[in-house]
Write a protein that binds this ligand. Structure first.
Ligand code: GLY
Length: 559
């Protein structure tokens, strides 16, 4: 009996020691990883029908607007980064814009103080949506299947309905008071208690998608949809006009491209701060032996946080819409500039954020978003991050057209020096101006290794997007993790102000937390950081998905 008992213990010990590494879905050639299994399936089906990665991304985007309405959208905006099989890269900016009637002090009271909530909730919080124009533009340049085939799956989901996940039901349940408070015409179809498995239909939105299917851009920016949106603005004292809608144009921009060791990072340029900050962070830690120091050890975390406080200080001063403010892109990612920024890094001591300001470049003074990654059988890759800003945006459903509007105006700095909903402080580079795009942290990113496609990655999470993408890249390239393990790994965040390390539950062992406090850091734990959906090309050419399934409903699909 005693021997049997010891045998049992021995078996248990061996089982623990030989724990299988976490591996995500592995497919031969094509994959979509998104926030909802039905949206990943829509994109996969499009590629099975012969569509390329851009076709799949467009179909996934529209499907997410129905099955993940908290952040998937047609009433918001976003960014697309793509790398074609021949190595050509491009980025599309379909970020929302301030309406023409917007003013720098539109969220301030007569004493010059920020009126809480005005840039976040209700009609005045919305920028002019860019998502539909972005999808039309991407299709015109790179699509291969007919447009209508890419919109139809979302129409079917909207009109036939789909079963809610538990999270999906909880999301809409937690929205009930806001629906009541901020809608001038109550969206009765949403206003009830929802449970997992309930079928939800989006009838008005399904008909809006039919107009987009049949008329493309004009199905949203003109005609009934545009008139419904502007009528909604009039009832709720918002600013968007028919002319604002007509004038909206997405823009092809040069990507931010930089080397990190034998990897090339291809990411989104301003008006996103994401690409610049991810590259700055990687370059800041490049000379440090993170691999030897290990994953989430006090030494590694200290170094990453010290880089983060310096880079977020730069973000506040130098980053804004490049159509309005000259962002010093080349200077900010110059290796010498970044080495100078890190010169004050002390491995033994945290630098208080009060002692950090932006670097000196001569001549210059919602977190709830969603990301998806796509690779097709030919090796074309697309990374898209899209947003309404907060969960369900400004909480207003456009009456008659049935979609949620964004509250992206909060991503401007309402008043320089006063933090936004993500606690990030902005400067005059990102002040509100008519027709300007608000600064973003969205970081859809593609990584090449030795000149070949290696990884497609991105995340929602407001200001934590940048640090989530930074860590997932390091987890793979420095800590040798596979894609799923890199996504599952617990994260930490820091952003200059507030002066603190924000670890996810479980990210730091107790003794490591104490070691960081001894270095002079403050810790502000929180439950979850980011929601990364990523794809890694394995050495044998197969694809491994990293879906953020431990934090949410995200799932990889492919073949
Ligand atoms: N609304 C979040 C972002 O654009 O960064």
């Amino acid at each position: 009996m005693k021997r049997f008992f010891f045998l049992l213990i021995a078996v248990a010990v061996v089982a623990c020691q030989t724990k299988e590494p976490v591996v995500g879905l592995v497919t031969d050639s094509a994959m979509v990883v998104s926030a909802h299994p039905l949206a990943s399936q829509v994109g996969t089906d499009i590629m099975k029908k012969g569509g390329n990665a851009v076709d799949a991304a467009i179909a996934t985007h529209f499907a997410l607007s129905i099955v993940f309405p908290a952040a998937g959208n047609i009433g918001g905006g976003g960014f697309m980064v793509l790398r074609l099989k021949d190595g050509t890269t491009a980025t599309l900016d379909f970020r929302e814009k301030a309406p023409a009637a917007a003013t720098t002090d539109m969220y301030l009271d007569s004493a010059g103080n920020v009126i809480e909530g005005l840039s976040l909730y209700g009609h005045l919080a919305s920028g002019v949506p860019g998502s539909v124009d972005g999808m039309v533009e991407a299709h015109a340049k790179y699509g291969s299947l007919p447009w209508k085939d890419l919109v139809q799956p979302a129409i079917d989901l909207a009109l036939n309905g789909y079963p809610l996940t538990e999270r999906g039901a909880n999301d809409i349940n937690s929205l009930q008071q806001d629906l009541e408070k901020y809608n001038t015409v109550k969206p009765e179809f949403l206003m009830r208690a929802w449970a997992k498995g309930d079928t939800i239909r989006w009838i008005d939105m399904g008909h809006t998608l039919e107009r987009i299917r049949d008329s493309g851009r004009a199905g949203f920016y003109e005609g009934k949809t545009a008139e419904d949106l502007v009528a909604e603005m009039r009832r709720g004292k918002g600013l968007i006009t028919l002319q604002d809608l007509k004038n909206y144009k997405s823009v092809w921009r040069d990507p931010v491209v930089a080397d990190y060791k034998n990897y090339k990072i291809i990411s989104m340029a301003p008006p996103s701060s994401g690409g610049l900050c991810v590259v700055q962070l990687l370059k800041a830690v490049e000379p440090l032996p993170l691999k030897d120091w290990g994953f989430n050890t006090p030494k590694s975390v200290h170094a990453m946080v010290e880089a983060e406080r310096r880079i977020y200080a730069d973000r506040a001063k130098y980053m804004g819409d490049p159509d309005f403010f000259k962002v010093p892109v080349a200077e900010l990612i110059d290796s010498k500039y970044i080495a100078d920024r890190m010169a004050s890094f002390n491995p033994e001591q945290a630098t208080p954020s009060t002692e950090i300001s932006a670097g000196n470049i001569p001549g210059y003074e919602s977190e709830e978003t969603t990301h998806f990654s796509v690779v097709d059988k030919d090796g074309n890759a697309v990374a898209v991050t899209t947003t309404l800003n907060l969960w369900f945006g400004n909480k207003v459903v456009v009456a008659g057209s049935g979609f949620f509007l964004n509250d992206e105006m909060d991503d401007f700095s309402s008043k320089p020096g006063v933090p936004n909903v993500f606690g990030v402080t902005g400067g005059t580079a990102n002040k509100i101006e008519p027709n300007k795009r608000m600064l973003s942290a969205m970081s859809p990113t593609i990584v090449e290794k030795d000149g070949k496609l290696h990884m497609v990655v991105g995340s929602p999470g407001g200001s934590t997007i940048i640090t989530s993408v930074f860590q997932v890249i390091l987890n793979v390239v420095e800590h040798g993790m596979g894609m799923q393990a890199a996504v599952d790994a617990r994260r930490i965040h820091s952003q200059w102000l507030p002066d603190a390390i924000i670890p996810e539950k479980g990210a730091l062992a107790k003794e490591d937390s104490l070691a960081l406090v001894a270095l002079g850091h403050k810790l502000m734990p929180r439950p979850n950081i980011g929601r990364v959906d990523a794809i890694l090309v394995l050495p044998n050419g197969k694809l491994e998905g990293g879906a953020d399934r431990t934090r949410s409903d995200d799932e990889a699909r492919g073949y």
